[in-house]
Design a protein around this ligand. Sequence first.
Ligand code: PLP
Length: 283
Amino acid sequence: MSRIVYVNGAYVPEEEAKVSVFDRGFLFADGVYEVTSVLEGRLLDFEGHMRRLRRSLAELDMAAPASDEELLEIHRELVRRNGVEEGLVYLQVTRGAADRDFVYPAGVAPTLVMFTQEKQIVESPAAERGIRVISIPDERWGRRDIKTVQLLYPSMGKMMAKAAGADDAWMVEEGFVTEGTSNNAYIVKGGRIITRHLGNEILHGITRAAVLRLAREAQMEVEERPFTIEEAQGADEAFITSATTFVQPVVAIDDVEIGGGRPGPIARRLREIYVEEARRNAV
Ligand code: PLP
């Protein structure tokens, strides 16, 4: 059975879903997106994702396609129609379709596309065994705080990791780790959790915000500052966060094993408390 997807006001089978060849998302990567996880048929951190979507749209002077309430309704309807118990809802807004011109067109309706994807996220072999990352230079544009659909460099990064026999890549700029290709990066030293501070250099992860809040509530020490690959290789633990991976331990960086090559207790604990709270607050 094919999926039902949402395109500009209509729920249609995926084979029938269409977007114009003049869509600026296609021609200019002039679009933003969000990925919200689904657990037991409910949405995790929905408000946070909508808040970030509003911010991405505002930074690009892009019109909002619908209110938060309408977007919640569409998310729920897609989850319901596709019978998704565990997985994600992908949402993309573009500036819309117009004659090709670098100048933003006026009076064009934004394009809104949403679809679901089933995925096992709680039971995760990668979280059990931990992932291996390589370091690569961060060659993305300068506004990584806006969640745009221009994901080619992160995609190249994943391929570089794969070619090196690793699972993912951490990107490095001016000697310091910015983040993972599709996740935020952390190390743990002497019980203290260290992760890069917010700025234009990284995406402001919704999972990051939740995990840091939960860590502080659990009396763990958190330090938001840049760190180097060398510091990470000498850390007790390392991990990543994102909406669809939650907290996932990192057990090797450029083939140097972290914490004896096994997931550490802090990453494990944070994953547990994140999943508990996410389940409690799902909508
Ligand atoms: N950093 C980057 C570059 C990402 O692409 C993502 C998620 O897609 C994240 C961080 C994690 O953000 P979130 O926790 O909101 O999924």
